[in-house]
Design a protein around this ligand. Sequence first.
Ligand code: NOJ
Ligand code: CA
Length: 557
Amino acid sequence: MTRADASDLWWKNAIVYCLDVETFLDWNGDGIGDLNGVVERIDYLAGIGISCLWLMPFQPSPNRDDGYDIVDYYAVDHRLGTLGDFVVLLRTAKDRGMRVIIDLVVNHTSDKHPWFKSARRSPRSPHRDFYVWRDEPPKTNTKAKVVFPDAEDSIWSWDEQARQWYLHHFYRHQPDLNVSNPTVQEEIERIIGFWLELGVDGFRVDAVPFLVGESGNELDPHVLLRELRAFLSRRRGDAVLLGEVNLPPKELCRYFGEHPGDELQMLFDFPVMQATYLSLARGDARPLRAALEAAPEIPQECQWARFLRNHDELTLDQLSEREREEVFAAFGPDPDMQLFGRGLRRRLPAMLQGDQQRIRLAYSLLLSLPGTPVLFYGEEIGMGENLAIEGRMSVRTPMQWTAQRNGGFSSAPPSRVIRPLPEGPYGPLAVNVADQRGDPNSLLNWFERMIRRRRETAELGMGRLSLLDPGNNAVLAHRVDDGPIDIIVLHNLANEPSEITVGLGRGHDRYELTDLLNMGREPVTNHIDKRGRLRLTLDAYDYRWFRLQPSDQPTAP
Ligand code: NOJ
Ligand code: CA
């Protein structure tokens, strides 16, 4: 694919940044982040090379699941601003060349949504069939299907007013919509259409595997997704759906669609994310290698979304029990750091004990594995979590802008700030944007340089992955080839130097190898032997990116 195609399929080479409006920047001083605050920081985000914002839910909500419980799909939570402010945000982002995608939370509504209120009132309500009801209590124990086992022990709850049981995969205050009802499908399309019309560039589709299932109807999830995708693409050819589907590789890939790419264009790569943590814990590249090998090849019009952390618990549910225990022992040994028996409620830098070299190794992987990198706000400065906050909210603390009060997030008294910031080595005195700007070796400046390099290396978004054999289990060696150009990348997962030898696979006399992260190192060409193999010693937790290209082409600056 050419760079021209890369601009149609913009999301194949985007740098996505996820933020929650209420924790990013409080512009009116009430202690809660707001849309105007995000507008103020669009230039900061553009400056580090972010090309796509993903906004977590900002619609009106009783906020019993941080906004993933919506009561009005067509409005803005008044604490965060107005629909007018949202349009200003969109307009400002676009002006800086940045796209905006938003969460599409239609597996369920809040139980305070007018549809549910109407539905539970009477069996004759026009909204009764918007939800999934049954007369009988569940015959089998459905605890295993519950997503939040700390709070729920069944996916069915009795509703006193409706005098029936209703389905909810998440909290009982999040009743599942009956998406096999054509009227509900129309409503979902109306929601998609509304936000597209305002100018959003796509959606992060929440809880996809739960959308259909268990409801006693025969609707195939893929039929629904195909419909939604067709609708989206009719309305806006370059809009994108990014799916949250945490399933093993084969099932996962089905959500791209049967006919290449006619369902969700992008999927978060949960299996590779989880294997990355096992590899980091072991200092051994093999688990990651195996996960990359297990992923079926995907159509050109589809893409993996890469991530290391998101706003939820770091789920390790696809690892075996023993593997999960290994990761827990390495990165979250205290039971208070763990959640639901399957995940960790920490941010990456704290898990890696602040080891800058290892943190950078992890993010170098994120940026160089073929796919689209997705960052969670604060990752660019190495924010930590606040374990004093319960459950998953520990990683959703306010963005740390300065060393001042409330980390420069808000001028409100700390007691009124939406969530308490961490203290100590990850608090705003130690970790903030302002200080890191002044330090050329800071993580923030590293990210800025790395993102620039990633954006210039479009092959990583468009090319095909192959794994090389470096002759060393500690090292992941991968190649991404895109036409005449190969990108060759090495990561040493071990805390000690590793020697490697890799064949370059192209006639080295007619090709040139450029060091893309040249950090004052000896010219890489000194390390190519007579047989055209690259022989190097990588430092502990070292990472190297190279471009191999025909010698008659201009090299990358
Ligand atoms: C997945 C979201 O990431 C999570 O935060 C939310 O609680 C559930 N879906 C329910 O919407
Ligand atoms: Ca505010």
